[in-house]
Design a protein around this ligand. Structure first.
Ligand code: DQA
Length: 142
């Protein structure tokens, strides 16, 4: 399977950004960690990060007919980006929403995900393990 992992705004700053919430590892550290965890499974993982809503939407559109599953950490777009929600609904690719932090137990505005009900699942508050859990769900390993 081909799995696309999309990370949204400010996730390029992981490692430096609010480490007490998001940890000390960079996005590249997480990519490397996940590649080691999943190498035996023989699936292809494609990583994409953007701070721009339109670029994320374009990437989701491009995934149509070429990608079998999407894992998305939409960053703050989670809470208000209806256009990303519509893109996920449009392409009809199984999509798992992942958050490093526990969005249910932070500020009130983070409790709402406008993407949640067009995704096949939401994993929140498990740190980088959330990406691995998403991978396992999409590749039917659990
Ligand atoms: C986040 C949670 C969002 O509320 C926040 O805006 C982020 C990261 C997470 O991974 O915990 O940028 O998606």
């Amino acid at each position: 399977m081909k799995i696309l992992i999309i990370n949204g705004p400010n996730l390029n700053l992981l490692g430096k950004r609010e480490p007490e919430i998001y940890g000390n590892e960079t996005l590249s550290d997480i990519e490397f960690w996940l590649s080691k965890k999943t190498e035996a499974a023989n699936h292809e993982i494609i990583w994409f990060q953007s701070n721009h809503e339109g670029k994320i939407i374009d990437k989701i559109h491009d995934a149509m007919n070429s990608i079998d599953g999407i894992i998305i950490n939409p960053g703050a777009f989670t809470h208000y980006a209806y256009a990303i929600r519509d893109a996920i609904a449009a392409v009809n690719i199984p999509t798992i929403e992942v958050h490093l932090s526990d969005i249910e137990n932070r500020e009130d505005f983070r409790k709402i995900s406008v993407l949640k009900d067009v995704c096949s699942g939401q994993i929140s508050g498990e740190g980088k393990i959330g990406y691995f859990e998403g991978f396992k769900i999409l590749t039917n390993q659990e």
